[in-house]
Design a protein around this ligand. Structure first.
Ligand SMILES: [Zn+2]
Ligand SMILES: [Zn+2]
Ligand SMILES: [Zn+2]
Length: 283
């Protein structure tokens, strides 16, 4: 059980958290019910569960699983069914308590995933589909055990070129609503490369933002950066501001919570960047 009693209510009503991992994600803890209880304590109006779906058959490193009732199962379209049912169940249960619960997914991007994503979207009617870019050339740059192997292949400039190319390719598929945690390579990249990586996006930003607009893909403000010890969200404010100026939708706040007490993490400050996430009073 997590430290749910430590959760402080957000003083702004009507706020949504659109990036939440319950324990169907193998790196998360807390049931969907526990997350909903936490969201109510945090005074959120809405949460969207976005469990990991990492199905890259060529992924170098550990095999990915979905956790169902405490048991790890292979990541297949069919094995996601209990998650979908569980989210639908709590959506009904907590509606009566004034919490809106949405069904989302964070699909781990890899080149060639399009057909699988289409099948997944046909099978389940998601309210929200996040594109999570965690790998380059099939090597994860987020995991502690593999990021050096990934970064070792590129200079900071090459890394950014590679990463933003993948962002654009993924956006062009038209399969995703939102790019999860844009510039997530900063998580370990700042330590690895130093300051060079903090500006490496600049030559690629305009084209990337144009591609996002053309294919109607938004970005989120993902507050996990602060939890990871960075001074910034994913993406940093500089990119958020450029995206907004360019006309990219910046409509979702996501805590990327992996346990219930992380729900709505740092939203007091982050809200200023995503004013549209606050809903009007419905009744
Ligand atoms: Zn995770
Ligand atoms: Zn992610
Ligand atoms: Zn996530």
């Amino acid at each position: 059980m997590s430290d749910i009693h430590k959760i402080q209510p957000l003083h702004v009503p009507g706020v949504s958290d659109y990036h939440v991992h319950c324990d169907y994600s193998i790196d998360a803890q807390g049931t969907v019910d526990e997350f909903c209880e936490a969201a109510i304590k945090r005074n959120l109006a809405e949460i969207c569960f976005t469990t990991h779906f990492d199905a890259n058959p060529n992924s170098d490193g550990q095999v990915e699983y979905i956790r169902v009732k405490g048991e790890n199962r292979p990541v297949t379209v069919e094995n996601l069914q209990p998650y979908v049912e569980d989210v639908r169940r709590v959506a009904e249960k907590y509606y009566a308590e004034g919490l809106s619960v949405k069904l989302g997914i964070e699909i781990g991007w890899y080149p060639g995933c399009e057909e699988m994503v289409e099948r997944l979207k046909q099978q389940y009617h998601f309210d929200y589909v996040l594109c999570g870019i965690h790998e380059l050339d099939n090597i994860c740059f987020c995991c502690r055990h593999s990021y050096e192997r990934c970064f070792g292949r590129y200079s900071a400039e090459q890394l950014a070129e590679k990463y933003y190319t993948e962002v654009q390719v993924a956006a062009r598929t038209g399969l995703f609503d939102t790019m999860a945690h844009l510039a997530y390579y900063l998580r370990s990249g700042l330590d690895y490369y130093g300051d060079a990586v903090a500006v490496a996006h600049r030559p690629h930003l305009d084209e990337t933002l144009r591609t996002l607009i053309d294919h109607n893909v938004g970005i989120e403000v993902n507050t996990a950066g602060i939890r990871h010890g960075l001074k910034n969200y994913y993406p940093p404010v500089e990119i958020i501001n450029s995206a907004r100026r360019a006309g990219v939708g910046v409509s979702f706040l996501g805590s990327d919570a992996h346990s219930p007490e992380q729900i709505g993490f740092d939203f007091e400050a982050a809200l200023a960047l995503v004013p549209d996430t606050v809903q009007g009073c419905e009744d």
